[in-house]
Design a protein around this ligand. Structure first.
Ligand SMILES: *Cc1c(COP(=O)(O)O)cnc(C)c1O
Length: 360
């Protein structure tokens, strides 16, 4: 077996101990004589798995009691539609436009009501988080929508917008569990599992109870949060194996000192790479320093041939999936929670050797 340092933006690196545990339990989960993927979702043993996953997530995120945790399917992308379908009672929302994922969220929300784009960083290819002017906020908006971490462009909010009485909704797909958030500041948080929580196929929604039940009568049953909240994410078959993996990841987060412990490690890991980028004459970060992500770090040389040569060199050292997204170019290192510090160290060493001409 030869594991690589996988810098993929998602699906992405998993904690090795989680994979090992899943392997060890693959054929016989807890003496049940079967794999988790073979179990009825109505069985007591599976009910215990999903209950414990939820309890662990509540514990590590400090989710208040008046919030529901839902394990859904359809990806973060389905939430772009479910959020307006369920929350747009007055037919209006505010959105801050910070990249490709808010673009999609805006397009979906427009199908259900009026969308006020409060601010945008499109003018500079989304390399920063725009400063917000409160006079542009709609007082009668049903919610105010942000993407806390922009996976493609490598930006993140370091401060949440103060939306007063207006419900804050966040797409946290690429930085959930990476830093401490006060869940009470949000009305709804959603995240696909495949970046920081587990395998693809699970979408977690954390929703304040008073926001449930507002869907119009034409909203399909499966797209109504109330359906899933009332049935404990068991209205229909949930993504059973994926939820189990999420539970293992949440336990792993606990073992790392919780989200606060993880955040400290993430700051150190990202710091290693940013420090080098700030001193390098060859590689340059593309994001304004005050808005830099801890999770996704794009960087360029400005020359496509040099980028390609670097990516090739990295690959030869077992450093993979660092090619940048086409909309930024160059390279992108996604250093999610499960990326060990040694992986970042190996990448920085590779960059140093490449820059100093130690490799051809
Ligand atoms: C990956 C990602 C998405 C899309 O997730 P899917 O699960 O593929 O629908 C949406 N928003 C953000 C911020 C992402 O990183």
């Amino acid at each position: 077996m030869n594991r690589v340092y996988n810098f993929s933006a998602g699906p992405s690196v998993m904690p090795e101990s989680v994979l090992e545990k899943a392997r060890d339990e693959m054929l016989d989960y807890g003496g049940s004589g079967m794999s988790v993927m073979e179990m009825s979702h109505r069985s007591a043993v599976y009910q215990d798995i999903i209950n414990r996953a939820e309890a662990s997530l509540r514990e590590i995120m400090g989710i208040p009691d008046n919030y529901k945790v839902l394990f859904l399917q359809g990806g973060a992308s389905l939430q772009f539609a479910m959020v307006p379908m369920n929350l747009m009672k007055n037919g209006k929302c505010d959105i801050v436009h910070t990249g490709a994922w808010t673009k999609r969220a805006i397009a979906e929300a427009k199908k259900f009501g009026e969308v006020n784009v409060v601010a945008s960083s499109e003018d500079e290819n989304f390399c920063y988080i725009p400063k917000l002017d409160k006079t542009k906020f709609s007082k009668d908006a049903d919610y105010f929508y942000i993407t806390t971490n922009n996976t493609i462009y490598g930006t993140r909010y370091t401060e949440l917008p103060d939306t007063g009485d207006v419900t804050l909704v966040a797409d946290m797909s690429s930085n959930i569990l990476s830093e401490v958030y006060d869940v009470g500041k949000f009305g709804l948080i959603f995240a696909g599992a495949q970046k920081n929580m587990g395998s693809a196929g699970v979408t977690v929604v954390i929703i304040r109870e008073d926001l449930i039940g507002g869907a119009g009568k034409n909203v399909p049953t499966m797209l109504d949060y109330k359906t899933h909240a009332d049935e404990g994410s068991m209205y229909n078959t949930p993504p059973t194996f994926g939820v189990y993996i999420c539970g293992l990841v949440y336990d792993w987060v606990k073992s790392q000192g919780g989200v606060a412990g993880i955040q400290k490690m993430n700051e150190e890991k990202a710091g290693m790479l940013y420090n080098y980028l700030d001193s390098s004459k060859l590689f340059h970060g593309t994001v304004r320093s005050e808005d830099r992500s801890l999770m996704n770090i794009p960087f360029i040389t400005g020359n496509e041939d040099i980028d390609a040569a670097f990516i090739k060199e990295a690959k030869s050292r077992g450093i993979v999936n660092i090619k940048g997204h086409r909309s930024v170019g160059g390279m992108r290192a996604s250093i999610y929670n499960a990326m060990p510090p040694e992986g970042v160290r190996a990448l920085v060493d590779c960059m140093k050797d490449f820059e100093s001409g130690k490799v051809k």
